[in-house]
Design a protein around this ligand. Sequence first.
Ligand code: ADP
Length: 504
Amino acid sequence: MNEIIDHEKINSGIQAFLEKSHGHFIDGNWLDGAANKTIDVINPATGDVISSIQSGDESEVDLAVTAARRAFDSGIWSKMLPVERARIMFRLADLIEMHTSQISLLEALDIGVSRDMMQMIGVKLAANQLRYYAGWVTKINGETITNSRARPEGREFLTYTEKEPVGVVGQIIPWNFPFAMAVQKIAPALAAGCTIVLKPAEDAPLATMYLAELIAQSGLPSGVFNLVNGYGRKAGAAISSHEGVDKVSFTGSTDVGKEIIRAATGNLKRTTLELGGKSPVILLKDANLEEAIPAIARAIFFLSGQNCMAGSRLFVHGDIYDQVLKGLKVLARSMTIGADMEGTYDIGPLISEKQLTRVMAYIDIGVSEGARLITGGKRVTSLSGYFVEPTIFADCDPGMRIVKEEIFGPVLTIQKFDNEDLEEIAALANDNIFGLSASIWTTDLAQGHKLARRIKSGQVGINVHAAIDPATPFGGFKQSGWGREFGREGLEPYLETKAITAYL
Ligand code: ADP
């Protein structure tokens, strides 16, 4: 594929894209905001300003909601023949794949992820999400219900349900893997027949803006997808409190998730939340360490730990504790740190200076709490961006803040257990306010499945961590969120059920 890609042309196209000050995409057009205030977009690998976006607030959100409402009420999308609706979604998936290089380059510049990784994971996953939900469009059905109401001789009831789109949906996304996030949000909403007002994260909006350009070419009617740029506390808050929005779907921090719930009470918006995590990784003593150790390193250090599923709490059986510590330390020390687009580095930057300060503060907390720092722990000062060494703390206690709180950085905590009892191992792993993801490493699959049943978490991997797939429900127990995305369960929150009973 590479030889037919004209990199020079792509790079110059992207240069022109970066030079624009990006507005809001409302009713099929790009608009500048009323206040004309802008937000700098920064490349976290260098700290340089690479582009800018408009900073929208209530007025732009209101315009976008009005456009989305008009499009919804007109039925131009929800009443389009399902097969035609699916066709447009398939076309958008193809357009995304055709622009893999451009999207990957933008995401690489915006969040510091390597272009290779983005091509392999971010773009492919996004296109497949659309295809998966395009497949659902023609299969959204109600059911007939057996009705037990008393009836006189000769009369009958017919009860059935119909599924209707929930209406105008607000979608607020974070900055880690933002392109895939944007697509995973819009795909089920479009499949259900909803119209959308989406807000990208102010820290990483570029690839989502490119998505809006592809949407404009896809044949999706104007007003079905709208995008407002801006800060969370302005544009984001305006979406979650707007009375014209029927449902809000949010991915981000648990604290903001709670604010969104409060803002959504005004008109009792349907709300789905995909929030933080502090995912346990449990290494039983019979695990295949050759496979497990590199996988555990990927589980925490992928995207420098800026990933809600990051395997940040490792539990290791005492018999293999020293061996595992040694293996992880060697691996972490061999990791290369940098950002070069082509993906030759293992560890990229953190997203922002704010995130860097937060992660470094947690590392200091870990040291002062008495955890044993076995590798890393420092900012990489030879690079100008926001880089932190892969960091591992051993001999951690359940009461430490670095064990309890989500750090969202390349920081692994390790705790030892000497127990064989699955209930007790599960209790250790479940001792946290979050419950998003988990993994268990063992060669005894029966033990693996039994332990999986005891883990309070939306996803559990056995000999795999974070096995994301469009068909597999994704979301959290406890304070990791409300509801599920992906799969059939990810479609349901975009649908209302109407029960119709006829007295025949
Ligand atoms: P992080 O702390 O990881 O940056 P946030 O939860 O703050 O994650 O941000 C995720 C998304 O939520 C971003 O698009 C951000 O702009 C938005 N956001 C932040 N605060 C609010 C808020 N009060 N209301 C609505 N959206 C918000």
